[in-house]
Design a protein. Structure first.
Lengths: 157, 157, 157, 157, 157, 157
């Protein structure tokens, strides 16, 4: 089936590339998207852990505390979800049977990384957030190796 | 309850339990969501194949033709995307290591099903749309077998 | 007006069906979508009611508690909203004047069901969540009766 | 049920208003949202009707033509969808049983308006786009009458 | 560059208008969208400030309180975000170099208004919510002045 | 006002960073997001320009052609929109008055970049797509200079 897809796409467009971060295929895959949102998950997790609840009787401080906590949880959720989506686009659209031969743990790597995204939503865990970051870096290395390019893993934070 | 969730998640990742069609976990997984949208992909693909281009000089008919064709392509795209997302939620959040032991082709089944979703976007292919429908039915059977429930695969169309 | 729409769609596509869960029309309507998300509303409502607040001084437990509570409220909100949207698609696109003649309480049934979706957001009420589930079942029965099909109301949870 | 919702909301917030354009309830309903997007539907419909297909052999002009046509169809779709959503929020959340007594055609007015939104997607019809605009104006008048305010129907285009 | 865009759009469509609230361009810009959502930000901010935390031991009341607080924070976030988006559409698509000559503080006005939207998310501040409302009114006046129309700033709440 | 926001955020969270790609603030800004989507705009624009319309009488080829063309236009639209959003987050949330003093053309740079995003939607223009890429690179340099970090502009395609 895959072969037919590739054949069809090639016949429709003179461009030889069949890769895309949006299953266009637009030819632009980059694990940096997942890296940026995973960094945000790590950051939000840390910020939540660092928050101190104000005394019960200080109404204004409690409102500010819950406004911030509620927003951080939502942002952590969204960023973990985006990380999951961006990783799964690589798995379902970029990686092909030929890569699976070279990386027999391909499926397992992505399955665990996706489960880590869900764990980072369900919990407030620096341990799992860091493990997610490592999983993203492993995928970054695997990805660029298939393209025979040496791209460093540069973090923004 | 929290303790139970944490315990659940810990046992899950690297880990075993917790169900949810939305990684809440809310405890409600159902492959029917993916079945409904896959039916829409089959339907839109057929409708696109059945369209007849009007004569070049009939302006009004051409506008109606392109309005319909453009909308059908967009709807096919959206429904294939939703099918992909709903299938991947089952793969990343419902299925667990214990299921993988029982279904060694679990990863491959979902990988191919996800790639079929992308193929149904890139192409207008009744063959691939039907293969997607079969992949969804296979997953429906696998899913309900893990719950030891006998749920029939009832189509809406 | 409806007649003209139907006539137009028929003229554009040889397929006789004019129904769709996405106003394509793609020909695939199924109340199962609303049933799945309503089940999630019931599930999240129960889980929220079952939560126990940890002692004020246990910081880690409080953070985990608020992470979970905040996420459950958001998921309840999203699932209630999806239920509302899926029910309204049936009301605005599937049901037609001919059905209104047969079911004179059609409008009222959907109005109340939609208001129940909003109530399930605003409140944490098992009573209203259960009433929503019943409203969805009533619509399921009404829907399949118009198609003269006998489809059972199978819940996933 | 409604009474309980109202009671609950009132008990939670000292503000007497129970209306909201987002079922918060945030207390801010305004048919102007639906009016703006309905104007966009009228505008896109006209622009599509006014487009002239270039000669078949002029490649660059054909690409520009299809880029514009495809975008206009998508924008018409989105704006009609937003109009539908904003109208339905008024119907499901703002209007209450007491209003139904005063406006017995309330349900029918919204049902027809919602069906017009779908018709404006399926077709490229200035007639239906104009009818949608009239439906929105009728709802604007009905809405402000319930609030005993005299707000003029000012269009942006 | 702008000139070329305008020339291209004019060449593609006989309509002379080049304005749009959705960069279609669909020709329908209206600051009322931003006004409605800014009103919702003001409303949600006030409602959050007015909430009273129930006694720690009243479980049901605490759940209701957190359900409401969490939802209000989310709605405030969404409405502030929509205000930001709608204002930025005016800045990036409606306003042109010719307007900048007439309003040298154009960029600064929008920059500050956008930063106020973010501040209304991060904080629960009636002061900043009111400043946002004033910024929207200033932009309303600036906008209609460029069209030489006298449109009053009518609030829904 | 800004100072107050910063003070508030600092008081709420012990973390000293006040930057975020999502106005959390989560502390993770990175122009790489805009770079990736801008690359996709360039890619889709080229692919659209390279497409050859099939003979009018070849029905299957025409359907495949329009399916591809329609999808490419939609993807170009989405990626240009994401580029716009990601650039504007930098402008509204990362850059502060102190940066404006150092880069007096800050506002103009972002205004032009945002207008280029819209131009890349309205047109199929390799010239404007390339100009957008240059604008993104200029912003990349400006951004990392404010952080006194030397980060290379590495493209994925």
């Amino acid at each position: 089936m895959l072969k037919q897809v590739i054949a069809l796409v090639k016949s429709l467009s003179p461009a030889p590339a069949v890769h895309a971060h949006c299953d266009g295929p637009c030819g632009v895959y980059d694990p940096a998207s997942a890296r940026i949102t995973a960094e945000a998950v790590v950051s939000m997790t840390k910020k939540i852990m660092d928050m101190e609840a104000p005394p019960h009787e200080d109404k204004a401080a409690n409102i500010a505390y819950h406004n911030t906590l509620s927003r951080y949880v939502t942002i952590k959720e969204e960023q973990a979800q985006k990380t999951k989506e961006d990783l799964l686009i690589l798995w379902t659209d970029y990686f092909k049977p030929v890569h699976l031969e070279k990386y027999p743990d391909l499926h397992d790597t992505f399955w665990k990384a996706a489960k880590l995204c869900s764990a980072c939503k369900v919990e407030v865990s620096t341990e799992h957030a860091n493990e997610l970051m490592e999983a993203v870096q492993k995928i970054h290395n695997m990805f660029w190796a298939t393209k025979e390019r040496d791209v460093s893993f540069v973090k923004a934070s």
